[in-house]
Design a protein around this ligand. Structure first.
Ligand code: ADP
Ligand code: MG
Length: 309
């Protein structure tokens, strides 16, 4: 494009809250044939709320057998109190929802000792001398706690698109807490518009398969294009393997976790509300956090978005 055309495109972008990092980016965006969306905070609002607390007692595996050495079953409030106390120092949106949900229920939290993040899996903390785990199936099974008795509860919550987390106290499964997030109003429309343009749309997330598929279904992304349970360090590999066969990927994300994938993609697109690390790694920033602006970015690059709005 001529320098004048580049200036016009950049200006149209700016007016629409679509910031291109330079003329070469503006040129490149039109050639994107695959768009990979991060789930949390990108397709969803990223505003989690605690929705469910389930106590899973020692006999909750359906056997009905409680042996003499089984610990007393914790009730829902106790499960939530341990989980929220353990998560008190965590910045993760899942954690913040658990903590404020506990506060809403009037629970008096303890201060955790030995707080440790296990990225992509959850946290481990000591609360009142007890070891508390809050996280996914792998977090518990790696610590030798069998998550299976909670499987029915997990399944139900995940099918509703909620993120369900297991809670273990001193080596025993205690229960499940679940957070829900709302899907952005324009997410389905954005996916449909991209597909209309002939682009393939994928979703990638650290969240579990069932939750991911429930969200994908609601926004119109094919189940075979959903990658779930992807660890932060593996998101970039996922983008690179899509690009290995000549696909031009636009990765759209907001989190620190997404930064390497944004850098690896042919075009990295960050949300304006995203973390600084993501914005720095990206080529395009969408100031309105609106998934539909992905379509706008492509149309501006292709010169098909009217100059005057
Ligand atoms: P996302 O890609 O959705 O941001 P993460 O990679 O941060 O997800 O986390 C993946 C999964 O690990 C979460 O869905 C959750 O099950 C678990 N997890 C991560 N951090 C926490 C936490 N602070 N408390 C509980 N569970 C967590
Ligand atoms: Mg995110």
């Amino acid at each position: 494009a001529t320098p004048a055309a580049t200036m016009v495109g950049t200006a149209i972008g700016a007016r629409n809250g679509v910031l291109f990092k330079g003329g070469d980016v503006l040129e490149r965006v039109k050639d994107v044939d695959t768009v990979v969306f991060d789930k949390t905070g990108t397709l969803t609002k990223g505003e989690m709320t605690l929705t469910d607390v389930v106590a899973v007692g020692p006999a909750a595996d359906g056997s009905g057998v409680v042996t003499a050495d089984d610990d007393e079953t914790l009730d829902e409030d106790a499960v939530l109190r341990y989980a929220a106390s353990a998560e008190r120092n965590s910045e993760h949106p899942l954690a913040r929802a658990i903590v404020s949900g506990a506060a809403d229920r009037g629970l008096d939290l303890a201060d955790p000792e030995d707080f440790k993040n296990v990225p992509g899996h959850g946290i481990r903390a000591t609360v009142e001398g007890k070891t508390v785990l809050v996280g996914n199936r792998k977090l518990l099974s790696d610590a030798g706690v069998d998550p299976v008795p909670a499987e029915d509860a997990l399944r139900d919550l995940e099918s509703e698109g909620k993120t369900a987390m297991l809670v273990a106290v001193d080596g025993d499964l205690a229960g499940v807490v679940a957070d829900a997030d709302e899907i952005k109003e324009s997410a389905a429309e954005a996916v449909a518009a991209l597909r209309d343009r002939g682009a393939t749309v994928h979703m990638i997330t650290g969240d579990n398969e069932r939750t991911a598929r429930a969200v994908a279904e609601q926004v119109g992304i094919d189940p075979e294009n959903v990658s779930a349970g992807v660890l932060p360090e593996d998101k970039a590999d996922a983008v690179e393997s899509l690009q290995a066969d000549g696909t031009s990927v636009m990765m759209v994300g907001d989190g620190v976790n997404d930064a390497p994938a944004l850098a690896a993609a042919y075009v990295g697109t960050a949300l304006g509300s995203g973390t600084d690390v993501a914005i720095e790694a990206a080529d395009v920033t969408l100031m309105r956090d609106d998934p539909l602006d992905v379509v706008k970015a492509i149309r501006i690059s292709a010169g098909t978005l009217a100059k005057i709005k």
